[in-house]
Design a protein around this ligand. Structure first.
Ligand code: EPU
Length: 419
């Protein structure tokens, strides 16, 4: 498996473009299964997770054409309602294929989806199963797969006991082809959910309230052909903003939507990181003295859990003490061990909270990327550390950040990929 070798402390400068959002693209690909007509998706990021989603939809029998970040999918004759067990069990977002197949074909078999290691005991799917059941599916749990069947899906009123992005999207998509009205309560409000609903509405769906905590869906018979432009990745935007701040560098981030990371920019104002923003750009200025500031992760528009590991690296460079409280996942602070090895002063209070005392001088070390976001956080740590940092298991980083080494080299970073 590949490695990144970073020689730290290079000043970064220049422009970096944000790619299409992984977590929007990952939902629109399975949404293509709701229709027998063609969908054209543009601004698709070229990353591992998207390649997996494309190969899953192909395996189901959809016709697929990919050229220059534009993906055409036509799911006219789906030959197979069985999701490939091997593929899906290694890929968390495979769960997004279940609802559309069930809605269109009345039956689907799938394994427990795999994915990265941020939740204890794997990541559960109870919220999805409860929702599908409420819509009328019968669930048969076999040894290594689930078998869902529904002669007909019926609208229902459903309350999510935990706010979940993918469960909200999955139920919303499935209810589009159910009969009658579905009301989903305590929904996630991430912008990717609204983008998915806007697209489906343009193609004939009747979804109201996406982007708020209550979503109402009036079932329809068909979804038509359409075009979907993948929105800029807000987590990439935030990643580059934090990277610039931690490296005390000036970076221009383009093709982004700064509105989507307001919570982070609000903190930048408080801790002394200069920035300017336009509707689709963000310039982070070179920070001098950065103050510490505590955060608690929260569903959108609160502080994103996906930026938490990167923010923790930033806090190691600030004056004072901060508390990082991870409220969404219970295994998403384990990477702090690696920062401690690099010289950071971090104390773990419990699986959800660490205290960071800054500033610390970080020293390059041999690290491993446990998951996507901790992986990019290790890159940032390597960029600001003294000496050489080696990061392995970089497949995890390639899952979500396109050509990250090449794009960072263009900013002046000394980062090399070794295959
Ligand atoms: N949860 C359950 N049961 C379920 C589903 C989720 O208990 O059936 C719990 C989870 O364990 C977690 C909480 O609900 O404690 C929220 O998780 P959520 O379901 O919202 O996460 P997700 O939908 O699986 C998406 C993103 C994640 C991002 C989270 C939170 C996608 C494909 N993934 O995951 O992105 O961290 O929302 O914002 O949209 C990433 O990009 O690196 C990433 C992990």
């Amino acid at each position: 498996m590949g490695k990144f070798i970073i020689q730290g402390q290079a000043k970064l400068s220049g422009e970096i473009k944000v790619m299409g959002a992984k977590n929007a693209a990952l939902k629109i690909i399975p949404a293509a299964l709701l229709s027998s007509e063609k969908i054209t998706i543009t601004n698709l990021p070229d990353i591992e997770d998207i390649n997996k989603a494309i190969s899953m939809i192909k395996a189901l029998g959809a016709k697929v054409k990919l050229k220059n970040r534009t993906l055409e999918i036509q799911a006219l004759n789906i030959s197979n309602n069985k999701i490939n067990i091997e593929q899906a069990s290694k890929f968390r977002a495979s769960i997004m294929f279940v609802g559309p197949i069930l809605a269109r074909f009345g039956e689907v078999k799938f394994p427990h989806p795999g994915g990265c290691v941020i939740g204890a005991g794997g990541r559960p799917i109870d919220l999805f199963l409860d929702g599908f059941k409420k819509l009328g599916a019968k669930i048969d749990e076999k040894e290594n797969y689930y078998h869902l069947k529904a002669k007909k899906l019926n609208g229902c009123e459903h309350f999510f006991p935990i706010i979940s992005v993918t469960a909200t999207e999955a139920l919303m998509m499935t209810a589009v082809l159910a009969e009658g009205i579905t009301i989903l309560k305590n929904c996630a409000c991430e912008p990717e959910i609204k983008a998915l609903a806007d697209y489906l509405n343009e193609q004939g769906a009747k979804i109201n309230g996406a982007g708020t905590s209550t979503i109402t869906i009036a079932g329809v018979k068909n979804i038509h052909a359409g075009q979907f432009k993948v929105m800029p990745d807000r987590i990439e935007t935030g990643s580059f903003a934090i990277m610039a701040a931690a490296a005390k560098s000036e970076i221009m981030i383009t093709k982004c939507d700064p509105e989507h990371i307001q919570v982070l920019l609000n903190i930048f104002n408080k801790i002394g990181i200069p920035f300017k923003q336009g509707s689709d750009w963000l310039r982070i200025g070179p920070a001098k003295r950065i103050k510490s500031y505590s955060i608690k992760t929260h569903e959108y528009p609160g502080f994103p859990t996906d930026l938490q590991p990167l923010y923790t690296v930033l806090m190691t460079q600030t004056q004072g003490t901060s508390l990082i409280h991870e409220t969404i996942y219970n295994r998403r602070l384990l990477y702090t061990d690696m920062l401690i090895q690099m010289g950071a002063d971090i104390t773990m209070c419990d699986p959800h909270r660490v205290v960071v005392n800054g500033p610390s001088k970080l020293i390059g070390k041999k690290l491993t990327s446990p998951d996507l976001r901790a992986g990019i956080a290790m890159i940032i740590a390597g960029l600001i550390a003294e000496g050489k940092t080696e990061i392995d298991n970089i497949y995890q980083i390639d899952r979500g950040y396109e050509n990250i080494d090449k794009r960072l080299r263009a900013l002046g970073a000394d980062i090399e990929r070794i295959d």
